[in-house]
Design a protein around this ligand. Structure first.
Ligand SMILES: Cc1cc2nc3c(=O)[nH]c(=O)nc-3n(C[C@H](O)[C@H](O)[C@H](O)COP(=O)(O)OP(=O)(O)OC[C@H]3O[C@@H](n4cnc5c(N)ncnc54)[C@H](O)[C@@H]3O)c2cc1C
Ligand SMILES: N[C@@H](CC(=O)O)C(=O)O
Length: 568
């Protein structure tokens, strides 16, 4: 049983905006900045502005920027990595609009690394047949993009609330998105649970890596947007395709929480994957060897670990030398040394760990979800570009391109402003919020519906239990037995916890974990990052399509939709 709303106190204050953007990674920041022509934009984010995955991005952002490259070639590599179920129209939008979108980032001050001739320095990562990854600060691309976007946000007119956890969507009587409920944790007044009305809501809440014990994702990546969207009546798709990054620093069996990433760009610059005996094991498994698509490399590493009984494999980049390590990969060098490994003189122990959700809230090519007025972009969304396995460095690009697309779509999509919001000054919520009592009061006068529904919460401590279940049974290698156990054990988790941030996040994790386990159990084949030991082959006849998740009442349903004649 899944809660249809989050159990929360009645909103004690209300505010208004025209467009609410939830999340402040690349997708949320770009959406908020681009939506300014639509009126009062409110950006809500649950921690500091740079708390999401964006600032951790290392390798770079992919786009056909080189003279010898083309969007067609980027498209071909993306479709290959996606293993037959990408939406080709979405990929085409990504790769054709990508180069200008990256140039737009440069225009607003993003300092990408430069080659000797002054052009943008481009590297390679898994699955790319060309050098097409732009990077910054060597291996600190996300931090630089986030810095530039946050600088642009200052004095932009966008209102910002940090430390505010968005809980649920408010809908009007016609079923259209009409705002959000949220819990403000900072010093702002009024504090606690409130409601903000708006004409459109954009979810840019990032990933869900925290459903697993070991992940590259930060603490905030708890799948809130997917869980919220399901509760609101939107659809999620492709949730079974959780990408496990092949090369995450091995910190010992049982290490939990956010783990340091060793970028694919390290392999792109010539590092080798070797086993304990020093033997390269990716050659012979794929024509691109260490630079095969990410799912192939993660499987290669896991297989070799099983074959040798070793707890990890190794990345050997000693031949880079100190100067290259210091200039090209300073962040990774520092992280390794912090953990007592010197990549200049030692091999780096690595294991795969949960990294990226290729699925998410299902959208059309303009970020529209199944709920009118509710949009999604970035890692929280499933636009169709990634299929069964995202191509490296397409994520930052997707956040950028599809945030732009939502802003463009709102020119025609936005309903006329509600009269209550007519000539009010820009809301600096929550400071300009008005205190009212109860959820009905929070939306009174707009015709908006209340948050009626069945709400309950798992205790905060369930987070660890969810992560244990998912890591044990829904990891890199899956089987019917394990997945059935996962579904059963998740189903057995119950709670009537008091409202609070940890309980809200645990309940979102539970919702998302249950949906992933159900979809992974349903898909009886191996495709992309979904690897079934009991169904080791790709089965296009039965499974070339999407699993779509909905929340009906308190029950998750997973429906198979074949692609049939659709291109992919
Ligand atoms: C270590 C690492 C390295 C990576 N390297 C690359 C790379 O080189 N290239 C690439 O393309 N991709 C990379 N990725 C993936 C990429 O960074 C992310 O997919 C991308 O940054 C996601 O951007 P986003 O804006 O969708 O979400 P995020 O940047 O994760 O931001 C999500 C935001 O939503 C907020 N939020 C979440 N829930 C709520 C809520 N309930 N209420 C309010 N706010 C909420 C968060 O606080 C955060 O601000 C990497 C990821 C990691 C973890
Ligand atoms: N670029 C990778 C991360 C990395 O290996 O740098 C990604 O797209 O997730």
């Amino acid at each position: 049983m899944i809660p249809s709303v989050l159990h929360a106190p009645a909103p004690g204050w209300t505010a208004e905006a025209d467009v609410i953007v939830v999340g402040s990674g690349i997708a949320g920041l770009v959406a908020a900045l681009r939506c300014r022509p639509h009126g009062r934009v409110l950006l809500v984010t649950k921690a500091l502005l740079d708390a999401g995955s964006t600032r951790w991005a290392q390798g770079g952002i992919a786009a056909a920027l080189a003279a010898d490259d083309s969007p067609e070639e980027h498209l071909a590599d993306t479709l290959t990595a996606g293993v037959g179920i990408c939406d080709e129209d979405a990929v085409r939008a990504l790769v054709t609009e990508g180069p200008d979108a990256v140039r737009g980032l440069i225009d607003l001050g993003t300092a990408f690394d430069r080659a000797a001739d002054g052009g943008i320095a481009l590297t390679r990562e898994g699955g790319h047949h060309r050098r097409r990854i732009a990077h910054a600060g060597g291996d600190a691309t996300g931090a630089e993009i986030s810095r530039a976007l946050r600088a642009e946000l200052k004095d932009s007119g966008v209102d910002v609330i940090e430390h505010a956890l968005v809980l649920d969507l408010l809908k009007d009587a016609a079923g259209r998105a009409a705002g959000i409920t949220l819990h403000v944790m900072g010093e702002g007044q009024p504090n606690g649970v409130g409601a903000v009305r708006a004409r459109a809501v954009v979810l840019a809440t990032g990933g869900l890596g925290q459903v697993f014990s070991a992940t590259t994702n930060p603490e905030v990546s708890t799948g809130d947007g997917v869980a919220l969207a399901l509760r609101a009546g939107a659809e999620a798709a492709d949730l079974e395709f959780v990408q496990f990054h092949p090369t995450v620093l091995y910190l010992g069996t049982g290490a939990t929480g956010q783990q340091p990433l060793i970028s694919e760009a390290v392999r792109g610059e010539g590092a080798h994957l070797v086993d304990d005996a020093g033997e390269r094991f990716m050659t012979g498994r794929h024509e691109l060897a260490e630079l095969a698509p990410r799912d192939v490399v993660a499987k290669g590493i896991t297989t070799r670990m099983h074959e040798t009984g070793a707890p990890c494999m190794f990345l050997d980049a000693r031949h880079f030398g100190a100067a290259m390590w210091e200039s090209r990969f300073p962040t990774i060098l520092a992280a390794c040394r912090h953990h007592g490994i010197d990549p200049v003189t030692e091999r780096i122990p690595i294991v795969p760990a949960a990294h990226y959700a290729s699925g998410g809230i299902r959208t059309d090519l303009h970020g529209r979800t199944a709920v009118p007025g509710l949009y999604a972009c970035g890692e929280a969304a499933c636009t169709g570009v990634h299929g069964a396995n995202r191509l490296a460095s397409n994520s930052l690009l997707e956040g950028l391109v599809f945030a732009n697309r939502i802003a463009a779509a709102l020119h025609t999509d936005l309903p006329s402003a509600p009269s209550a919001a007519s000539d009010e000054p820009a809301t600096s919520a929550p400071a300009a919020a008005t205190a009212e009592a109860g959820p009905a009061a929070a939306v009174a006068g707009t015709g908006a519906a209340s948050t009626a529904g069945e709400g309950w919460l798992l205790p905060a401590g369930s987070r660890g239990e969810i992560q244990r279940i998912m890591t044990s049974h829904v990891g890199v290698l899956r089987s019917a037995d394990g997945l059935e156990r996962a579904v059963r054990e998740l189903d057995g988790l119950r709670g009537d916890a008091e409202p609070g941030v940890a309980a809200w996040e645990a309940t979102n994790l539970y919702t998302v974990a249950s949906a992933i386990a159900a979809a992974a159990h349903r898909r009886e084949e191996t495709r992309g990052s979904h690897w079934r030991e009991d169904f080791p082959e790709r089965a296009d006849g039965a499974w070339r399509g999407h699993l779509v998740t909905r929340l009906t009442g308190n029950v998750l349903t997973t429906t198979y939709e074949p692609l049939e004649g659709k291109r992919s």
